[in-house]
Design a protein around this ligand. Sequence first.
Ligand code: HGY
Ligand code: MN
Ligand code: MN
Length: 409
Amino acid sequence: MNANLRIDGKRLMTHLDSLALIGQTTEGACCRLALTEEDRIGRDLVVGWMRDLGLEISIDPIGNIFGLRKGTENIAPVMTGSHIDTVRTGGRYDGNYGVLGGLEVIRTLNETGTPTRRPIVVGVFTNEEGARFHPDMLGSLVYVGGMSLEQAYASESIDGKGLREELQHIGYLGQAPMPAYTPHAFVELHIEQGPILDIEGIEIGAVSDLQGISWQEVTITGQSNHAGTTPMYLRHDAGYCAAAIGHFLRQIARDMGGSQVATMGAVTLSPNLINVIAARATVTVDLRNTDETLLKAAEQRFADFLLQLAQDEGVEITTRRLARFEPVQFDQNVATLIADTAEKLGHTVLPMTSGAGHDAQMLARICPSAMIFVPSVKGISHNAAEHTEPAHLEAGTNVLLHTLLELTK
Ligand code: HGY
Ligand code: MN
Ligand code: MN
């Protein structure tokens, strides 16, 4: 390994800062929900950078973007990349760092005239966040054949738009074959989005596995009534049921402990007025666990709770599955290569599990995959305050550079 070969950290920061300006909110967050005008502008910027690097660009029917740097041999490429769509309160590094870190690696190889036997591809996957369309990691899931295009096109956004129409509208309904490439290996560079590396004071996470994800939407139909005149025992209060669900989710996580987490992220009440008992409530439920059996147990406990709640409150409760992914083991050889590379570059390393979902978990279905994490200050993410020290961003990208070089041999 030529450890003197290093990326340009300052240049990486300027690209991250430029992309962060697109969809910037008054609170300084990034809001580029998938397939919105802001997402289009971000995509155009990244495609422009790919073009400047002389990459072969392809866009597939789910809007995934790929930039290929030729190798000396026309064989299966090594792929890296991530996503540039964000949640509404996105930080500037979630996803963006993995895409722009990949382009910084290409820039470094180009300017030093470093050839690689295998081609290198940088991918930008559609709707990784799953915040506007469900499920999350939708683009990479379709890419690996985990969901048909027809199913994906039938996905309606939270603002009532069709996925295919939105792709067409922003000009990213591509024609490239899918999968455009079956990679020799896939490595995703990402911020941890949790507190472990920051608390431990460790620079690099070598991610060997990723926890299971269960998303559902719960709709409660009660009866609107007067808030003043209706005795408590006559109420069928969808608002109360929503609150009870939020409370029970916390109880599940508390009782189960371990890696179990539970979140009620979105709540809508109707008619949402101070003096009307809510007729309807829709809530989202996000359950995660590193252990599939425990995740199933959490889902079962929640389903039993809903049956009891419906009976107790005289309401109708229906659920809609939004996403369900089992825990994923990454490729141990690739994870070990990441750890060894980080150590050779003089960085401290920790083997880790990912609490968040990532495109790498889908690529792991078709090729050896693993991830590189860098610390998130105070573990904050999906928040304008998301921050990673530039030195860590640079370190992670150098680890990506040398890991990819090793894999392209
Ligand atoms: O939900 C997740 O874990 C990711 O941010 N899509
Ligand atoms: Mn992400
Ligand atoms: Mn995210």
